[in-house]
Design a protein around this ligand. Structure first.
Ligand code: BJW
Ligand code: ZN
Length: 257
């Protein structure tokens, strides 16, 4: 773990203790997670070396245009993603966030991830900004079904209207689910501390949440392997693996050890 550029340098205490102090006094806590929180469970991140699929950038396949051009290839990609999720378990970071949720007075867990691992770790009412890889939906009508039912055929069709089914995730240029966006707005307005974990902070609108919360007076703690655009808004940045740092941080907050 490396010391972040932050208030901690001035106060002389380490970033972990500084972050624990901020979280303990906050009580109303919002958490925003990205792919990094699931990396130690073996789920590849989007950007960087792990983000490639057959030489293509994962984010280039997560678009409506890619689906219009070559739906079979996009389905191949998502079937591969589903297979990668088979047998994947939440890691110590997911469990620590579930424990933090039980401890906090008010708590919101906002995730950009579509892997369902926060829920599997026991977090409740997870705000899934970018949808879920566990569900498929029709691209035309409101039909939805479990992904496992849809992904048996190379190009699954809607049993109601006959158009194509697609993964119920949010692609670039698409609006986020209204309920998730409204819940995230409440979190930003209601939190006195936002903990941002394992996101590169480049995808809107999630990348603005920390700055918005900070403008409303919340403190920001960031956990990532490296500095990100969110580091500028952060009171404390802790650089290291979230599967190691989160249990330490939550232990300090909830047990004082
Ligand atoms: C660790 C770690 C460890 C690793 N411990 N840390 C110009 C053109 C076109 C669009 C735009 C544009 N400018 C802005 C936009 C908008 C666009 C956008 O933001 N684009 C930018 C990229 C330029 N945004 C959108 O289009 C969004 N919609 C929208 O804005 O709607 C407006 C609208 C309103 C009304 C009508 C219509 C539209 C939608 C964004 C959807 C993003 N979708 C994806 C795919 C989801 C489905 C799927 O999974 O396939 O979401 S893209 C991808 O990026 C995925 C992720 O959730 C998202 C964020 O990635 P994340 O989580 O940050 O992962 P990484 O890989 O980037 O970073 C991992 C981090 O973890 C790194 O920092 C590591 O260091 C760290 N790490 N191991 C701690 N162990
Ligand atoms: Zn349909």
């Amino acid at each position: 773990m490396h010391e972040g550029r932050s208030e901690t340098a001035r106060s002389g205490i380490g970033p972990l203790a500084a972050a624990a102090g901020l979280v303990r006094t906050a009580r109303n806590i919002a958490v925003l997670t990205g792919a990094g929180v699931s990396a130690e469970s073996g789920v590849p991140t989007f950007r960087g070396a792990g983000g490639l699929w057959r030489g293509r950038r994962a984010e280039d396949l997560a678009t409506p245009l890619a689906f219009r051009r070559d739906p079979e290839q996009v389905w191949d990609f998502y079937r591969w993603r589903m297979e990668r999720l088979d047998g994947v378990e939440p890691n110590a970071g997911h469990f620590a966030l579930a424990a933090l949720g039980r401890w906090a007075e008010r708590f919101w867990l906002i995730t950009q991830n579509v892997d369902g691992l926060h829920t599997a770790a026991g977090s409740r009412e997870v705000i899934e900004l970018h949808g879920s890889l566990r569900t498929a939906r029709c691209r035309t009508c409101p039909y939805r079904c479990p992904m496992l039912e849809a992904s048996t055929s190379p190009l699954p069709e809607c049993p109601r209207c006959g158009d194509l089914l697609r993964p119920a995730v949010v692609w670039f240029g698409e609006a986020l689910p209204e309920d998730a966006l409204a819940a995230a707005g409440q979190a930003i307005a209601g939190c006195s501390l936002m903990l941002v974990v394992g996101t590169s902070g480049v995808v809107e609108p999630a990348s603005s949440f920390a700055a918005l919360a900070r403008r409303r007076g919340a403190r920001i703690v960031e956990i990532n392997l490296e500095p990100t655009p969110i580091s500028r808004a952060a009171n404390v940045s802790i650089f290291g693996r979230s599967g190691e740092i989160l249990p330490d941080l939550v232990g300090l907050v909830t047990r004082g050890s």
